[in-house]
Design a protein around this ligand. Structure first.
Ligand SMILES: *[C@@H]1O[C@H](CO)[C@@H](O)[C@H](O)[C@H]1NC(C)=O
Ligand SMILES: *[C@@H]1O[C@H](CO)[C@@H](O)[C@H](O)[C@H]1NC(C)=O
Length: 382
């Protein structure tokens, strides 16, 4: 087994030098919706159509959310030639018709499969069927593929993921490749050659501890992300009900700063005003979609709070994250964010210019909440 593994890895290294993902996609992180976090396996044609309708009518499409992605459970079997079959009980008109519908709304369409014998919900996986599956996806007009990691026979992901990258490439149809190997084999160090994004951890759950633990695991990964290739701390839970509004504000802003793909995971047909307000915040989305594509990083963590910063074209995005319930204000010094002199500061959740400051800035931040600030130095005298 060890020898086989070594051969695999040698083959892969040779491969990686010759081949790299070059599909021209994800110059900024993908934005869209995915069915899993809210609906799990319980999806069907009508739900996806209503979701596409709601993404447009609510204004989320105008805010930048374009991909409508089915997660597990759209597929059921293979035909006698090995081609994947959709579950006709749930998708009677077929995936092609659904993709056409989503496209007719000006949106993009995504599917899910798995680099193993089965998907996590035990539907047919793509291992060994990469070429046939990619062919079908391209015929159907699929724009995005999330590729999971269940039932993988302990074959290293470095061996299982590139064949799908290459199969997608061979179709000639640009398809965003979202790798979901759960961060197990340090994907940030090799996945930028393979996928447009790679999951850095196991699945998120809709609670503050899960969000905080995933956030912690992003520290240090910022150096691997760039235009076309992003760390993926998993899809958004905003609007699913397990966190407070302040916690969802923190989750959304920090994911934006991490340059995470922003994939909404709630029921967009039934969003509260707060959910929509958070997800459609143009000033925070602008941090995520910033053309420089520089992932933000943590510069300070105490028992009370965390300070995160990220360079954007017109300044510095700063997030003060209150992880405690102690009674004191949060602040940062200009030195901590690498600037000197005066700076103009704007609050991106309050949509308010706060004025001109020197040396430091301080504000009250609710428990488990954030202050999201844009800091524009009057002179960039680093
Ligand atoms: C396939 O890969 C080649 C070489 O990297 C690249 O030039 C081309 O744009 C890719 N095509 C698609 C559809 O991804
Ligand atoms: C954190 O949140 C609490 C509760 O809203 C607040 O009283 C406190 O000032 C905030 N700041 C710190 C450092 O805990």
């Amino acid at each position: 087994m060890r020898q086989t593994l070594q051969v695999f890895l040698v083959l892969f290294s040779t491969f990686a030098i010759i081949n790299c993902l070059n599909n021209g996609l994800a110059l900024t992180p993908a934005m869209g919706w995915n069915s899993w976090n809210h609906f799990h396996c319980d999806i069907n044609e009508d739900l996806i159509k209503q979701t596409a309708d709601a993404i447009v009518s609510s204004g989320l499409a105008d805010a930048g959310y374009k991909y409508v992605n089915l997660d597990d459970c759209w597929q059921i079997s293979r035909d006698s030639e090995g081609y994947i079959q959709e579950d006709k009980a749930k998708f009677p008109s077929g995936i092609k018709a659904l993709a056409d519908y989503v496209h007719s709304k000006g949106l993009k369409f995504g599917l899910y499969s798995d680099a193993g014998d089965f998907t996590c919900e035990h539907r047919p996986g793509s291992l060994g069927y990469e070429v046939k599956d990619a062919e079908r996806y391209a015929e159907w007009g699929v724009d995005y593929l999330k590729y999971d990691n269940c039932y993988n026979n302990n074959i290293p992901p470095q061996v299982r993921y590139p064949p799908m990258r290459d199969a997608l490439n061979s179709t000639g149809h640009p398809i965003y490749f979202s790798m979901c190997e759960w961060g197990e084999q340090d994907p940030a160090t090799w996945a930028p050659e393979v996928g447009n994004s790679w999951r850095t951890t196991g699945d998120i759950s809709d609670n503050y501890d899960s969000f905080l633990s995933i956030l912690e695991q992003q520290v240090g990964l910022e150096k691997y992300a760039h235009r076309g290739a992003w760390n993926d701390p998993d899809m958004l839970e905003v609007g699913n009900g397990g966190m407070t509004t302040q916690e969802y504000e923190a989750h959304f802003a920090l994911w934006a700063l991490l340059k995470a793909p922003l994939l909404i995971g709630c029921d967009v047909n039934n969003m509260s005003p707060d959910t929509f307000r958070i997800l459609s915040n143009q000033e925070i989305i602008a941090i995520n979609q910033d053309p420089l594509g520089i992932q933000g990083r943590r510069v300070l963590k105490t028992d009370q709070y965390q300070l995160w910063i990220g360079t954007i074209v017109d300044g510095i995005a700063v997030i003060l994250f209150n992880t405690s319930s102690q009674d004191s204000d949060l602040s940062f010094t200009f030195e901590q964010i690498g600037i000197t002199g005066q700076a103009i500061i704007r609050d991106l959740y309050k949509h308010q210019d706060l004025g001109k400051f020197s040396n430091s800035f301080s504000t009250n931040v609710p428990t488990h909440g954030v202050a999201v600030l844009k800091v524009v130095p009057l002179s960039f005298a680093y």
